[in-house]
Design a protein. Sequence first.
Length: 177
Amino acid sequence: MDAQPVLDLIAGARPRRWFTFVGIGGRGGAGKSTLAARIPGAQVVGTDEFWDGDGFDLDRLRAEVFEPLVASREARYASWDWGARRAGGERTVTPTGVVVVEGVCALHRMFRDDYDVRVWVEAPYDVRLARGVARDGEASRETWVERWMPSEDRYVERDDPIACAHLVVDGSFPLDV
């Protein structure tokens, strides 16, 4: 995945604060986390960290990350420990440099106006499913097919995060490139 167009977009951004706020959205397995990791020095917040065991707690993400950062204050939050299936350790994000929020719902309507840069990562269904199963194990295939992917499709149809993106990135290439 070529991160250069995203890096160029970030470099040309006109941040409204002391940091450049970047949102990277896309369906599961599209390559969002991989792209975020390729932004040198960025502080990355994954929307997956705001899972509460039943769903994504977007109100908590708004209150604990967006509100403090938009006010140029440090953000503190407890991330979700997927392995232990409970709240994990506290994380801190400072309003400096580049701050990236990445995840399926990163470009949700309640967040998108706060970003300086909005990116959507797109990849075909079969690529995303293969990556999800490779990461989560074969036993997760049914959950991906019957729960996650249809839920993401409903979100995209309802919220139209692609329309707000400054750039759509092709995430179908091998992620180790």
